[in-house]
Design a protein around this ligand. Structure first.
Ligand code: ATP
Length: 347
């Protein structure tokens, strides 16, 4: 990847992911699920990551937290967090940073929590892995973080199966808050919940974030879910960042044709009723992505150049803070996508 793919150095960044490449080694060859991802997160910022299933969102999160396991491996790049590169950090130092400075909340609390240990025991394990606190201090802190997520501390004595799905997710968030980390990465923490519980959990995460000041990287495939809660939105497609910018701007005036298609595929809760447009075709096989722009076989405004020239992530002069991976946005010789699209090859 060339330096032009990294248009904005962000010296104030808490997390600075640089040209990260994550590969799954499969019997049929390497599958690059993250292809040169650049991403910055500032202290206290809420960054949403959206994209269709299989575009590499979870892989990226696992890579950021260095929780990836074989057959996944980091094939290049850096994950700078609090000035340290997590990719090369010795396991002991990485272990010290996790929970204390960087916490992770995964999709299903039922899988992440140990079913045969009480919530309180699991909080205690997490604390004792880092601190030699007294039993009383552990109890106090555990009760405090449960209260923060509106769960009665009496549930420190409960087993995960005794809590509702929403409570389990909130208990996981409480656990992530034990040391008030600088950053919490969340992989679809609301996806197993009904829409009402989803919204209430999102509101709660946002309130906690504003109160405690931690930054959030939040992965979802639901663009509308993060629209009200994130400061910046990163749109991923086929292992690459295709658009990154202030959420309102990306939402109101999406620049990349994929972002536009993704928005058209979700209903607006309050806006006028419009027919939902699906995105034709499927995301590509990452073992053999298409030449040129990876979205070209499905792009409604594809031009001939898109089939052979791979776009970089270009900063948009007209939209400060927005970057787009579309040849229409390259600073020199941008292509014209206003004319009717040539034939879309996706079925
Ligand atoms: N164990 C594996 N072996 C080979 N390839 C894999 C493996 N796990 C994931 N992949 C590849 O990585 C790509 C990205 O997967 P990932 O789970 O990160 O996507 P995602 O955007 O998080 O999807 P979802 O929204 O469904 O969770 C997949 O399309 C797949 O090609």
């Amino acid at each position: 990847m060339t330096p032009t793919s990294r248009p904005s150095e962000d010296t104030a960044a808490l997390l600075d992911v640089r040209d990260l490449r994550i590969v799954y080694d499969s019997p049929r060859g390497p599958v690059e699920a993250c292809s040169g991802v650049n991403l910055t997160v500032r202290p206290g910022e809420f960054v949403g990551i959206v994209g269709e299933s299989g575009c590499g969102k979870s892989t990226l999160l696992f890579g950021i937290a260095q929780l990836h396991t074989a057959p996944a491996r980091i094939a290049g790049g850096e994950v700078l967090f609090l000035g340290k590169d997590l990719v090369t950090l010795p396991p002991k130092e990485l272990g010290d940073l996790r929970w204390r400075n960087l916490a992770v909340v995964m999709q299903s609390a039922m899988n992440a929590l140990n079913p045969v240990r009480t919530i309180g025991d699991q909080f205690e394990d997490a604390i004792l892995a880092h601190e030699k606190w007294t039993d009383e201090r552990i109890r106090e802190r555990s009760a405090e973080v449960l209260r923060l997520v509106a769960i009665d501390p009496v549930h420190l004595g409960s087993y995960p199966h005794q809590l509702s799905g929403g409570m389990r997710q909130r208990a996981m968030i409480a656990m992530a808050l034990l040391f008030t980390p600088d950053l919490i990465v969340m992989d679809e923490p609301t996806s197993a919940l009904d829409v009402v519980a989803q919204r209430s959990l999102m509101v709660q995460i946002k309130e906690l974030q504003q109160k405690l000041g931690f930054a959030v990287v939040f992965v979802t495939h639901d663009m509308s879910l993060v629209s009200h809660f994130s400061d910046r939105l990163l749109v991923m497609y086929a292992g690459q960042v295709v658009e990154f910018g202030p959420t309102r701007t990306v939402f109101d005036t999406p620049s990349h044709p994929y972002s536009r298609s993704l928005l058209d595929a979700f209903p607006s809760i309050r806006g006028p009723k419009v027919p939902l447009l699906g995105i034709p075709g499927d995301p590509p096989n990452l073992a053999d992505p298409p030449a040129g722009c990876r979205f070209n076989p499905r792009c409604p405004v594809v031009q001939d150049a898109c089939r052979s020239e791979a776009p970089e992530l270009y900063p948009l002069e007209a939209s400060p803070g927005v970057q787009s991976r579309c040849l229409a946005h390259r600073p020199t010789d941008p292509i014209d996508i206003s004319s009717p699209a040539t034939e879309v090859t996706a079925s």
